[in-house]
Design a protein around this ligand. Structure first.
Ligand code: NDP
Length: 296
């Protein structure tokens, strides 16, 4: 099929790489050099504008920081709507917000384009391995059209309800991730200060009921080593927790715990800047406590 992918960031790039192997792909990226590099490496076509990328495409995929950037790409003489033909399918893999997804879906429907919000989980490693979990919000017919496309980079692809449902589930997922990160950091900084051998403590907890994806899947390689590789910007996780808190409010749920997680993530974002990695929230906790978790 003829496809277009817009947004070759940390996770978009490997996702687009899988599509390029199976389909005829045009790519667009705000920083044009990244699109050219990608095109050269993957036999894809680098487009100069969003309109040029989507011209003639049967399927368009986006993966941008927030829904606001996706909405902004729709308009203008070089925007997506200027190039997209009726009958096309638009899959937004951004971790966006449910209300924006519904608005984007309505605008595309008016142009005869089917839409699904399809945020992903699994990180850059999962994207490289084509093993992402994809959370889809759409009508049933659109989901059936989207599934084989999403299967190029997704392992578990779930239809969760109408447009917006994928974004809502993703936001709650990432709010839980943020809560686990902050709670892990608080507990382990205290254990390190107390002189408890943290490696052993981690092994014990990972064989007990307090274990989580953070403690099992992330801490051993990234925190205990002190490596803190940059894979997912904390600014994006902060955005996700904010979406979750907004979603709770929209349902009349107070959410005192996730509101506090959101406040702490804002604080960490202010301290680390826009480029900090999400696990560096733990590095900040180490700094504040004057103790390194890995060192004990
Ligand atoms: P990055 O910050 O690495 O990349 C962002 C992409 O969006 C880049 O292509 C960037 O272009 C582009 N972009 C930024 N601002 C604009 C703009 N105003 N107009 C057009 N394009 C813009 O983000 P990720 O790839 O990490 O994340 C993308 C989405 O996927 C986010 O919603 C994130 O929450 C989600 N996600 C990320 C995961 C990860 O592990 N990284 C995991 C799961 C979900 P440029 O190259 O010019 O900067």
């Amino acid at each position: 099929m003829r496809m277009a992918f817009l947004g070759l960031g940390a996770i978009g790039r490997p996702m687009a790489g899988h599509l390029a192997r199976a389909h005829t792909l045009a790519v667009w990226n705000r920083t044009a050099a990244r699109a050219s590099e990608f095109a050269a490496a993957h036999q894809a076509r680098a487009a100069r504008t969003p309109r040029e990328a989507v011209l003639g495409a049967e399927v368009v995929l986006t993966c941008l920081p927030t829904s606001a950037e996706v909405e902004a790409l729709l308009d203008g003489p070089e925007g997506v709507l200027a190039g997209l033909a009726p009958g096309a399918l638009f899959l937004d893999c951004t971790s966006g917000d449910p209300a924006s997804a519904q608005r984007i879906g309505a605008r595309l429907a008016a142009a005869g384009v089917a839409f699904a919000d399809c945020p992903v989980s699994g990180g850059t490693n999962g994207a490289e391995a084509a093993a992402l979990t994809v959370m889809v919000g759409s009508d049933a017919a659109t989901f059936e059209r989207a599934r084989p496309v999403l299967a190029c980079f997704g392992k578990r692809i779930e239809h969760l309800g109408p447009i917006g449902a994928g974004s809502a589930v993703k936001a709650v997922n990432n709010a839980l991730l943020a809560a686990h990160i902050l709670a892990f950091g608080e507990g382990f900084v205290a254990l390190a200060k107390a002189g408890v051998p943290v490696r052993k403590a981690l092994e014990v907890i990972n064989a007990s009921s307090g274990r989580s994806f953070v403690s099992e899947g992330l801490v051993p390689d990234r925190v205990l080593t002190g490596a803190y590789p940059k894979t997912f910007r904390l600014a994006l996780l902060d955005k996700d927790v904010g979406i979750a808190v907004g979603f709770l409010k929209s349902q009349g749920v107070a959410g005192p715990l996730l509101s506090e997680v959101s406040r702490l993530m804002h604080e960490a974002r202010a301290a680390l800047g826009e480029g900090g990695d999400y696990l560096e929230a733990i590095r900040l906790q180490e700094e504040r406590a004057g103790v390194a978790i890995r060192g004990s």
